[in-house]
Design a protein around this ligand. Sequence first.
Ligand SMILES: Cc1cc2nc3c(=O)[nH]c(=O)nc-3n(C[C@H](O)[C@H](O)[C@H](O)COP(=O)(O)OP(=O)(O)OC[C@H]3O[C@@H](n4cnc5c(N)ncnc54)[C@H](O)[C@@H]3O)c2cc1C
Length: 390
Amino acid sequence: MDDSFDVVIVGGAIMGAMTAYFLTLDPAFRGRVAVVERDTTFAQSSTTLSAASLRQQFSIPENIRMSLFGLEFLRTAKERLGPDTDLAWHEGGYLLLASEAGVPILTANHRVQKNEGADIELMTPDRIKADFPWLNVEDIAAGAYGVSGEGWFDAHAFLMATRAAAKALGAHFISGEVVSIERDASRVTGVTLADGRRLGCGSLVNAAGPRGGRVAALAGLALPVEGRKRCVFVVHCRTPLPRLPLLVDPSGFYIRPEGAYQICGAPPSEENDPDAHGDFEVDWSVFEEGIWPALAHRIPAMEELKLVRAWAGHYEMNLLDYNAVIGPHPELTNFYFMNGFSGHGLQQAPAAGRAIAEWIVHGRSVSLDLDVFGYERIAAGRPHAELNII
Ligand SMILES: Cc1cc2nc3c(=O)[nH]c(=O)nc-3n(C[C@H](O)[C@H](O)[C@H](O)COP(=O)(O)OP(=O)(O)OC[C@H]3O[C@@H](n4cnc5c(N)ncnc54)[C@H](O)[C@@H]3O)c2cc1C
């Protein structure tokens, strides 16, 4: 072995960095941590290509609890990550619109969210029209609006500040790609990097984002996580849209402000959503044929807009149930998953990083019970689905 660490984290974007941060922060942890990253430009990481927004409008209590901790983390980022931290956190709210058919789910989710202490208000179409007069509500039956605690932030600044804080606390950051994982019957023993370096490890954390399934396979484990391409389009609407929140339309698109512009996106149809490994080409037809007509219907001022630019990133999709897989493998007990966040991982990274650090140091997730997201359901093929995937 060229070197040895108590914990080797594969992937140095937000999940890996948060785990290193919470591990090195814990006074009960006195070990050495290495964060191994194959591309330190992060040009293709989900973290830097994301829409960087945070909501509590989920259907599963544990998702809401994780995002509420994400909110607390963002609101206190200066105290946690350093006084110069500026994450540009803006509490602009989400507004989820529902047609008649969507009302039962919207109201059932709203009950769960209120129960968890989220500040979400159900709105009638008249109330929506009064607050957001530029919206067409003629086919809308209800909406759910995040009065506080939902919004958007700067993902790149979030990543850089977290990595810097973890580094200052003593984490080692290594540039390299993990290409093989050594193990015996019940333990991971080390990893090999593409340049031949070998690192011994006491525990291994899979924080490889859309490549999480591939990294699990290096240890002989099955994890149904693949990259799914999601394009983000930057547009400019000449007519002002006062108080534009992160709007989610029943047709599937979302839009939110981004400085002087707006960003929007929508999932492709299921049959047009293959494993996107290596494919970062923007699919312009998603905008032309899908988003724009729906956008112009919902916000008539958007019939005239300028398409400024676009990018494509990958959701780290858990094909079983669109939810995170967090915690140790039941048999390979020092292999930890933090994978499959399916498009809502940035906001959940603080809760996920804290949970993995607690598992490693204390043998369980102390702050939040996240057993519903354990690997056991994957092994059993028993989905625990999130209904609000945006
Ligand atoms: C278009 C888009 C919009 C999104 N919008 C939101 C949103 O609004 N809110 C939200 O909360 N989430 C959002 N997400 C999801 C969010 O970005 C991800 O859940 C989150 O960033 C996952 O972080 P990660 O660190 O696991 O993955 P990544 O950021 O992909 O990082 C994984 C890292 O692992 C490295 N790696 C992989 N394999 C290896 C290896 N073998 N050796 C070494 N390094 C390796 C990669 O290079 C990469 O840097 C969005 C994602 C996309 C693509």
